[in-house]
Design a protein around this ligand. Structure first.
Ligand SMILES: Nc1ncnc2c1ncn2[C@@H]1O[C@H](COP(=O)(O)OP(=O)(O)OP(=O)(O)O)[C@@H](O)[C@H]1O
Ligand SMILES: [Mg+2]
Length: 328
């Protein structure tokens, strides 16, 4: 079956998709711009099995069914998925471009926080559903431009279900976004997704990668082992850099406990509160009760410090022993 711009694709239900330009290509096949049966703009991802039909089918089915179940405003929306003539299709909402094309200059703090707000919202939803994304990077964040910029996590092709386990052994990895626990022990946890989000946030904040990939694989592994990304984030000496440094800690138990916890830190930064404080305050319409002077709760507010991931040990399941033999 030949797929080309200008051609059409008919699903087993008889829905017609008119194919437009090629938006991207990957190991699996291509992504086309398309117009769907309701004249909706969409993107059609085709999985083209070259050798291993069954394996590609399984990967397609996993990604499609996961996206179908995980409906969230910041996860790309799937309209349909079907098989035609031995090819597998995934029809998604059409986004304008990836976040990657925006990374040539540093973002304002306000924009970093806004995009992180959306991605952390999606990451918390995945975490609540016991799913590890495993592949969070700018090429897998799609952007819809409008009055406000909307970011959407996409490409759940190598995502994994934790199914009650604290960690899993990924089947495929992207070297440039490997978390230290993956390099050290061959496993990923929910904190590994936070590490990848930290790398992405560093990139938005500085327009540079926290890991220098120019020296090849071994040099990259050494940087990960030695905690270079975290040190780089700390050296920025910026409020965002401080938070990124916690997300990039080598030991996952010292990172933030959850995406929601990262957001709690971000929303307190001046570049966010400046604009949002009046809104937040106006939500609290009930007058606060007066505080007695001998009330221990009247002590100086230390909540912020207590909650800081970098000031306390966050309980996460202990890493597996050498060889990671318990992993599946
Ligand atoms: N819904 C969409 N709207 C617009 N463009 C999209 C959409 N989905 C994918 N693309 C484009 O196609 C590219 C590849 O898609 P995707 O990330 O899902 O596949 P992949 O298997 O990761 O491919 P690769 O190996 O190139 O990363 C994206 O980087 C993006 O440029
Ligand atoms: Mg991708």
């Amino acid at each position: 079956m030949e797929l080309r711009p200008g051609g059409s694709l008919i699903s087993p239900r008889g829905r017609v998709y008119l194919l437009g330009e090629r938006l991207g290509d990957g190991s699996f096949g291509d992504v086309f711009d398309a117009v769907g049966p309701f004249d909706q703009r969409c993107a059609v991802k085709v999985f083209r099995p070259r050798l291993h039909q069954a394996a590609v089918r399984e990967q397609w089915l996993k990604e499609a069914s996961r996206l179908y179940q995980l409906r969230h405003p910041h996860i790309v929306y799937v309209y349909d998925y079907f098989e035609v003539a031995g090819l597998f299709f995934l029809v998604m909402e059409r986004c304008d471009h990836t976040l990657e094309v925006m990374l040539s200059a540093p973002f304002t703090d306000r924009l970093v926080i806004e995009i992180m707000r959306q991605l952390l919202f999606a990451a918390q939803y995945l975490s609540d559903n016991e799913v590890l994304h495993n592949d969070i990077h700018a090429g897998n964040v799609l952007v819809v431009q409008g009055q406000n910029l909307i970011a959407k996590l996409s490409d759940l092709g190598i995502a994994q279900d934790l199914s009650g386990r604290p960690s899993v052994r990924p089947e495929m990895v992207q070297h440039r976004i490997m978390a230290p626990e993956l390099v050290r022990g061959g496993y990923s946890t929910k904190q590994s997704d936070l590490y990848q989000l930290g790398l992405l946030m560093y990139h938005m904040h500085t327009a540079e990668s926290a890991i220098d990939t120019s020296g090849g694989y071994d040099a990259m592994i050494e940087q990960i082992h030695e905690g270079v990304p975290r040190a780089r984030a700390e050296a920025l000496r910026t409020p965002l850099g401080e938070i990124i440094a916690v997300m990039l800690r080598r030991h996952e138990q010292y990172r933030f406990a959850s995406p929601a916890q990262v957001w709690e830190e971000l929303r307190r930064l001046q570049s966010w509160t400046e604009e949002h404080e009046p809104e937040v305050l106006s939500r609290n319409t009930a007058p606060l009760p007066p505080v007695a002077t001998d009330d221990p709760d009247a002590a100086p507010d230390t909540i912020r410090d207590i909650n800081r991931g970098d000031r306390r040990t966050i309980p996460v399941p202990p890493p597996l022993g050498p060889g990671g033999t318990k992993l599946q």
